[in-house]
Design a protein around this ligand. Structure first.
Ligand code: MN
Length: 538
């Protein structure tokens, strides 16, 4: 059967714009209509089961039906519609997530909206009470005459308040019309998956309606890479000199010093190369750094000499570098931390010999609340690569089973981590306990591969499932940070399915090869940044 064409007048407009990055509004919400009828909204809601919530504004509330298969313009199809409780008008524009564990936990997009008018010259409240309402919709997708008919009060039947929703044979009817063919929001242009990955809003139905909607962190800023002219200017510097990058003048030193020896026949990587890499990777790396303190692992004399941790911003650092003061610090602890929030800041840190950038798990907005739960699968000397993969796949299975989203990332050295975004409101004790519980369960399924001993010696070469980095001021290396090893490997997020790629290695990508991968595959972890995910009770 040929698919009927779907009507979506604003589709082209929306498809041409990414609302995440452009200030133009998507189709604006309908205003309350004067006179009879009112606004309607259809929200595509992925809760325990996918359904569409069909809501009509009646007498100051949203009369609501859950339509499992969604409304249709097909006049030969009747759709089951379960009458559910009225929703507050405040819910009309809601698009975002409802925390797991709360009523309706899942994700919601505004699938259609517009106006409705009762078809007969009658009182819609009375018609609804009698169980049959004929009405016209004027939405972006739904148009024409619809009928809601009450079929079963549920007192002795299914226990549900059953209605049917159907479309009449009229000029707007389309045979075979399927709402699932239009997966994008009319409000934002985003799909349920995209909203779940980076919600702008969260709804708490257990709060008073004027406090139910929690606006989440705004969009992540974007950064531009250096221009070809800027890179050429860097290459033309002698051993030292001033480099102008995006409006800042950087005083660079020891540019030809080898920081990383060559590996596998490649060239050694100099400080100039590292500075170039850090500037170019900025648009990919900065989303993980821009709003949080960063601990530096410095190797100013190259990675074959011992490195050291450095946290305090030195007095000679330029004024334009962003810093954050830790008000909880004791007098003998670090007071001022770097916040790497620009491409020039990354170049400055590279010139400073900061090879590894380790951002905090929490942001400067609330340093006591992690935004990531971190799983560190740390191989021991006797852990084979295939055994490491077994462990990481067990985490994948566990997260799938729990309905939790996370993404793996190779470390650039030997290990693999899994980063799990979490909603605000968790403490480090919460995330650490949660990761420990999951990890202990995994350890029990493969006890021969894992040790829970504290010291390396006592672990007897076995792997460690490390949950202890979930603590304030404890960190793991940032995605796309270089690692202190020959060849300048980098830590890179991957798709779960890449665990099955025979070419995968934890140090597969370097400062020279990672750009090719990013062009081809992008960054699968990025869409998880800021995701307001609740961790299920275990
Ligand atoms: Mn619902």
């Amino acid at each position: 059967m040929a698919m009927a064409p779907v009507r979506d007048p604003l589709k082209t407009y929306r498809a041409k714009r990414r609302f995440a990055t452009t200030p133009e509004p998507a189709g604006a919400a309908p205003q309350p209509a004067p006179g009879r009828g009112g606004r309607f909204v259809v929200q595509r809601h992925r809760a325990r089961r996918l359904h569409y919530d069909f809501r009509l504004e009646v007498a100051g509330v949203l009369a609501s039906w859950a339509v499992p298969k969604g409304p249709t313009l097909d006049p030969d199809v009747r759709r089951q519609a379960i009458h559910v409780e009225d929703h507050p008008i405040e819910y009309f524009e809601f698009e975002g997530v409802i925390p797991q564990g709360e009523y309706g936990g899942g994700d919601v997009i505004v699938w259609d909206w517009g106006h409705w008018t009762p078809a007969k010259d009658s009182d819609p409240e009375r018609d609804l009470a009698r169980g049959e309402l004929h009405f016209d919709l004027e939405g972006e997708r739904l148009r024409g005459r619809f009928v809601l008919v009450h079929t079963d009060r549920g007192s002795r039947g299914s226990g549900k308040d059953q209605w049917l929703l159907l479309h009449k044979h009229d000029e707007f009817a389309v045979k075979g019309w399927d709402p699932e063919a239009l997966p994008q929001s009319v409000k934002s242009g985003r799909t349920n998956d995209e909203v779940a990955a980076a919600p702008e809003s969260r709804w708490h139905s257990d709060r008073p309606v004027d406090q139910a909607e929690e606006r989440l962190q705004g969009e992540i800023p974007t950064w531009k890479p250096p221009t070809d002219d800027e890179l050429a200017a860097l290459d033309s510097l002698k051993k030292a000199g001033d480099w102008e990058l995006q409006g800042q003048v950087l005083r660079l030193t020891n540019l030809d010093k080898v920081l990383f020896p060559e590996q596998g026949g490649g060239s050694p990587v100099t400080k100039r190369d590292l500075i170039r890499y850090c500037a170019r990777i900025g648009p990919w790396l900065l989303p993980y750094l821009w709003d949080r303190p960063v601990n530096l692992h410095r190797y100013p004399n190259g990675v074959e000499k011992p490195g050291f941790w450095h946290k305090e911003v030195p007095s000679h650092a330029p004024d334009w570098l962003t810093r954050w003061h830790n008000d909880d610090a004791d007098p003998d602890e670090t007071q001022w931390y770097f916040v790497a929030d620009s491409v020039p800041a990354l170049a400055w840190l590279a010139n400073y010999g900061a090879i590894e950038l380790n951002p905090w798990t929490s942001s400067v907005r609330d340093p006591r609340q992690p935004t990531w739960a971190l799983i560190d699968v740390d191989p021991g000397p006797n852990t084979a690569w295939e055994e490491l993969l077994v462990l990481v796949r067990l985490y994948r299975t566990a997260l799938d089973h729990l309905g939790v989203v996370g993404a793996p990332k190779v470390t650039g050295k030997r290990g693999i981590q899994v980063w799990v975004p979490v909603a605000t409101g968790y403490s480090f004790d919460d995330t650490r306990a949660w990761v420990e519980t999951v990890s202990r369960a995994i350890g029990q399924t493969v006890p021969a591969l894992v040790s829970w001993q504290w010291t390396k010696r006592d672990r007897k070469g076995l792997a460690r499932l490390d949950y202890t980095q979930n603590a304030i001021n404890k960190t793991l290396v940032a995605p796309f940070s270089a690692r202190p090893a020959p060849g300048a490997p980098v830590s890179v997020p991957i798709e779960w399915d890449e665990l099955d790629d025979p070419a995968l290695r934890p140090d597969r990508w370097t400062v020279n090869t990672v750009f090719e991968r990013l062009v081809a595959s992008g960054d699968p972890l990025r869409r998880l940044i800021g995701m307001a995910q609740s961790l299920p009770r275990l």
